[in-house]
Design a protein around this ligand. Structure first.
Ligand SMILES: [Zn+2]
Length: 63
């Protein structure tokens, strides 16, 4: 009974809301998309111009 009381005490109001805001800001790219390491925009994989050390760069940034 003591454990359940402790768990309930850790559920602070507002924690869930801040978590949702983070999810909105950090949107993982889809399987056919990538995040450009120069302009940080999510683009289609067909726009990959260069890959270096696991970082992708779009055609616009690479000219
Ligand atoms: Zn770019």
């Amino acid at each position: 009974m003591d454990e359940s009381d402790l768990a309930a005490g850790y559920e602070l109001p507002g924690v869930d809301l801040s978590g949702e805001e983070l999810l909105v800001l950090v949107v993982p790219p889809q399987a056919d998309e990538f995040t450009c390491s120069s302009c940080f925009l999510v683009r289609h994989r067909s726009q990959i111009a260069r890959e270096k050390d696991g970082h992708f760069y779009c055609k616009e940034c690479e000219g």
